[in-house]
Write a new protein. Structure first.
Length: 323
């Protein structure tokens, strides 16, 4: 039986892995973490009123509105893009199980503008929420761009096969009618759901180029000393980068899969981003750090690096950032 995926430095034809060194955590590791962790107490529901995203003005070629966790509304002159859309109450099967939201979405689903493209970085429940994907297909019927192996998840959410594009790292897809070019970029992570084999689906980030401006959605990732500099060398420094800063404690367990704020600042520098905005924090309690620790640690890391606060912002839900 032929291998379903191309053999590469990150795939053996059947399973994906991180180049160089790949670390799979075992159930014994999970048990050790749970037995020794002292997770911070998060608020049950922190008030955060939703906002209507402002229209894109002539002064800007690109705008990124943080909806929560890794969900951004990216408005460009080539169309509107939604990253890792999660509107469910919990990050788990059916949107009903697993960690529940500490803050509601910063933009109500009904207030979203027409969505042209959905970017789905990988299959974890806090990034791939089938109830939200079903709603998006019903109301917007967008094109979905995703790494190899994730197409069946989108089809199970109702997406038509001709509206799904699966890419390997460094492959690109152009939406000619929109003037939008999307490249799947590497990330250091892993994949798994209740259905399917561990690492049977690829993960990644996305470089979005509109000719007028560029953005880099880093996806869910650990730090890699070569990976982000390589993205810059191949695709250029982005005008705006969306970089994760949360879900990083304890480091012995999380370092191979999630960067911490200090590493996030280094990613910003490796990419040469004109400006960055934070994601993957303050929405679902996935790890041990406090609710507000990531932005505090980000501020400290920027100061140590000698960078101004405006270089890398942690927005409030519903807040919009520009390059």
């Amino acid at each position: 039986m032929p291998a379903p995926f191309p053999v590469s430095d990150h795939c053996d034809g059947h399973r994906f892995f991180n180049p160089g060194r790949h670390e799979n955590r075992s159930w014994l590791d999970v048990l050790r973490w749970k037995r020794t962790s002292r997770p911070a107490l998060w608020p049950a529901q922190s008030p955060a009123p939703s906002r209507r995203p402002p229209p894109l003005t002539d002064a800007h070629a690109l705008a990124a509105t943080w909806i929560g966790h890794s969900t951004f509304l990216l408005q460009t002159r080539a169309g509107n893009v939604l990253t890792d859309p999660v509107y469910s109450a919990c990050a788990g099967p059916g949107g009903l199980l697993g960690p529940c939201r500490a803050r509601p979405p910063g933009v109500a689903f009904a207030d979203l503008p027409a969505i042209d493209v959905v970017l789905l970085s990988h299959d974890h429940y806090d990034h791939c929420d089938r109830p939200t994907l079903r709603r998006l297909w019903k109301h917007h019927a967008p094109l979905a761009v995703t790494p190899l192996g994730n197409g069946p998840l989108l089809r199970s959410a109702g997406f038509a096969p001709d509206h799904i594009v699966e890419l390997d790292w460094w492959q690109s897809h152009s939406v000619a009618s929109k003037g939008l070019a999307i490249t799947l970029t590497p990330a250091r992570h892993w994949s798994n759901r209740l259905s399917g084999a561990r690492n049977g689906r690829l993960w990644g980030g996305f470089h979005v180029n509109t000719r007028k401006a560029s953005a880099l959605f880093a996806g869910d990732t650990a730090y890699d000393a070569a990976m982000f500099a390589d993205i810059r060398a191949r695709l250029g420094a982005p005008d705006l980068a969306m970089i994760p800063i949360g879900a990083y404690e304890p480091r012995w367990f999380m370092a191979p899969q999630h960067c911490d704020p200090v590493e996030a600042v280094q990613i910003h520098r490796d990419l040469g981003a004109r400006r960055s905005v934070a994601m993957h924090w303050g929405t679902f309690q996935l790890t041990d750090e406090a609710f507000d620790a990531p932005p505090r640690e980000l501020s400290r890391a920027l100061a140590v690096a000698g960078l101004p606060a405006e270089a890398f912002r942690a927005c409030a839900p519903g807040e919009t950032a520009h390059p």
